[in-house]
Design a binder for this molecule. Structure first.
Ligand code: EPZ
Length: 418
């Protein structure tokens, strides 16, 4: 079991480079199931979820070779052709992203239902209803989704809510369906636009990715391609919040400001100075922080994946801020842990009221999910004394070498293995 020991308070200053986006890489890897030819992905983050997806794809017959940040996925290897087992999907819900491509390419998919997770129930009913609209026969038995279709056929489908994974699964399935598919009420996250770009390089015909309605003209086959993954906006946002939290001055290079607009607006309102470079973002804070409310929402709203980190920041701001979580029903698990460090936060359903500023004090705390872990690390950077963040395997699922990046900015963070 690994943990972080953080000696605070630290003022972060310096420059680091953003990694590639985990949540764009996962669907891009699943897209390798749509072709017989190699797919080369660049700027792949070296994080646990990517290794889990590589294992799942190997099981499905897609070999992978990784060299630094480049991953080459080569279909045609040994492996069971159409079965994604519970043992792999339970480790990472994004395993369900193989459903659409497997069904479209091989006519059959048997994928474990992912089950609930720490942040919410997270059903996949919309993925399934969308695939049924394209003509799939879907049954649920023994904890597995069994989906069959000799040939998917294009159709109109309107999502009940914007779902990132649902939109990605349908985009991949429709790319090989016969005829035209029209998807409405789609999720508009930058990761979806990145997937559509990759699919277009493979020969897919897609219009409207990043908008509410996406039109896909199915093609008979898709080829291999090379693609460079977009920057991880959530990782970049986490380091910018860390800078604000510690009254620091941090530049993140290789990133795209447009993808982070809702966070940057809030940080500016809260008193941070933000400078936009061509592909870099610099955040510095000199004066006091002001409390500012946020409501999470699908893109282009404030991302739920930055809610926990933003809440840590608001413990240091002057005044009361209200944070409303609308995307997941159980994403406040960091609150009691922040409370152990001295934060004053009340929860009322999907609302959290943060009373600031509070002087945080180092404590032993436990990570419960990926972004909650990041929130506790940020709190530890601002707290007086030593903070021990336990169970950082959650953090390793989505942040590459966080301790190295933080140390490069002057933080005193050690990874301790036991
Ligand atoms: C993606 O999850 C991300 N994961 C999550 O990142 C992120 O928090 C989430 O989108 C929202 O932005 C990946 O991209 C791999 P959704 P996803 O389907 O696709 C409900 C992180 O920390 N819903 O957009 O699973 C669902 O329960 C994470 O990196 C249904 O009801 O999210 C949720 O309340 C965790 N039925 C809401 O929609 C469905 O069929 C949005 O979920 C599908 C979703």
């Amino acid at each position: 079991m690994n943990r972080f020991h953080i000696q605070g308070p630290n003022r972060l200053a310096g420059t680091i480079e953003a990694g590639g986006a985990k949540n764009a890489t996962l669907p891009a890897m699943a897209a390798s199931l749509l072709t017989d030819e190699p797919l080369v992905l660049r700027r792949v983050p070296r994080v646990q979820d990517i290794r889990t997806m590589a294992r799942l794809l190997e099981h499905l017959g897609v070999e992978n070779e990784a060299d630094d940040e480049v991953v080459r996925l080569v279909p045609g290897g040994p492996g069971r052709p159409d079965d994604a087992p519970y043992e792999l999907v339970k480790q990472m819900r994004a395993g369900v992203l193989v459903l659409g491509p497997l069904l479209a390419r091989r006519g059959h998919a048997r994928v474990s239902l992912p089950g609930g997770c720490a942040i919410g129930v997270r059903p996949i009913d919309q993925h399934l209803a969308g695939l049924e609209a394209l003509g799939a026969e879907v049954t649920l038995e023994h904890g597995y989704v069994d989906a069959r279709a000799k040939q998917l056929v294009g159709a109109r489908y309107r999502f009940g809510m914007p779902t990132v994974g649902g939109t990605e699964n349908l985009l991949m399935a429709a790319a090989l369906a016969r005829g035209t598919t029209r998807l409405e009420n789609c999720a508009r996250e930058p990761e979806i636009v990145d997937l559509a770009r990759l699919l277009a390089r493979m020969g897919a015909q897609i219009e409207g990715a990043g908008q509410d309605t996406i039109k896909i003209q199915g093609v008979e086959s898709l080829s291999g391609a090379e693609h460079s993954i977009i920057a991880d906006r959530i990782e970049t946002g986490t380091y910018l919040v860390a800078a604000a939290m510690t009254g620091g001055d941090v530049t993140v290079t290789g990133t795209r400001a447009a993808d982070l607009a809702p966070l940057l607006e809030k940080l500016a309102e809260a008193g941070c100075r933000i400078e936009l470079g061509d592909d870099s973002l610099r955040l510095s804070l000199e004066g006091p922080l002001r409390a500012r409310d946020v409501v999470t929402a699908p893109h282009p709203g404030f991302p739920t994946d930055l809610q926990a980190q933003y809440m840590a920041l608001m413990t240091q701001a002057d005044g009361v801020s209200t944070i409303c979580e609308t995307v997941f029903e159980n994403r406040f698990q960091h609150v009691p842990e922040l409370g152990r460090m001295g934060a004053h936060i009340e929860i009322d359903g999907s609302y959290a009221r943060v009373h600031g500023p509070t002087g945080l004090s180092g404590a032993k705390v436990m990570a419960t999910d990926l972004r909650a872990s990041a929130c506790l690390v940020l709190a530890g950077l601002a707290a007086e004394g030593r903070t021990v963040v336990d169970r950082i395997y959650h953090l390793d699922r989505g942040y590459e070498a966080m301790e190295h990046k933080l140390r490069a900015l002057g933080a005193r963070v050690e990874r301790v293995s036991e």
